[in-house]
Design a protein around this ligand. Structure first.
Ligand code: GRF
Length: 208
């Protein structure tokens, strides 16, 4: 069973959806650790309530790159817990090196837009303000850039005429909760390879 660590800074609804998928048999990995940079985050409280180990490196920063010391502490915690895969789920800080080196190609992130459109913060508002008619969410592997790694799964969400940023963000979040477990299931449970930037899954027998 592959061991998974989830990183979250906030309420943790994506963390929760991953955990629920695991518990209903919908994910071939085991979430053993929740890491974060905010001791009071909803995700941390939820993990504790579920009996999942937590590791917090508290920071006042709400965005930007982790310091080398912070990222090294996270890396050491993941190595000590013998983690195979890392899922960033609303972790608001950017990785700079130690984790990327130690878990190369095994860090996944979810972003609330159809990358490469609208990377970075407030992606739902970016799409809304731009006037996009279609946006969505993306699960991708993490590299040293901001939301630039190879794409694993995407789902589109229509922008409706009467949407506000909040109603749009809610529908995108629903789609996120569906595709993050799906992406993990595919990465951990299927045969796939990287061809340049492309992640190519071997065709499934049940699909033409
Ligand atoms: C999600 O929209 C995710 O795509 C983004 O941050 C938000 C986190 O939400 N990276 P939650 O904490 O998982 O509820």
């Amino acid at each position: 069973m592959q061991r998974i660590a989830v990183f979250a800074s906030g309420r943790g609804s994506n963390f929760r959806s991953l955990l629920e998928a695991e518990r209903s048999g919908g994910c071939p990995g085991h979430i053993v650790l929740l890491l974060g940079d905010k001791a009071g985050a909803g995700a941390v409280a939820y993990a504790r309530g579920q009996g999942i180990e937590t590791f917090v490196v508290p920071s006042k920063k709400t965005k930007g790159r982790l310091s080398l010391e912070e990222e090294s502490a996270f890396r050491d915690a993941c190595l000590a817990a013998k983690i195979d895969w890392i899922c960033l789920a609303g972790f608001m800080r950017i990785l700079r090196g130690p984790l990327l080196e130690a878990f190369q190609g095994r860090i996944v992130n979810i972003h609330p837009a159809l990358l490469p459109a609208f990377p970075g913060l407030d992606a739902q508002k970016q799409a809304f303000d731009y006037g996009a008619k279609l946006t969505g969410c993306t699960v991708h592997l993490v590299d040293a850039g901001v939301d630039t790694g190879p794409i694993v799964v995407q789902r589109s969400v229509e922008v409706l005429e009467n949407d506000t940023v909040a109603t749009l963000a809610d529908r995108i979040l629903e789609a996120e909760h569906a595709i993050y477990p799906e992406a993990l299931r595919r990465l951990l449970g299927e045969k796939w390879e990287r061809r340049g930037r492309r992640i190519v899954f071997q065709p499934r027998k049940d699909k033409p």
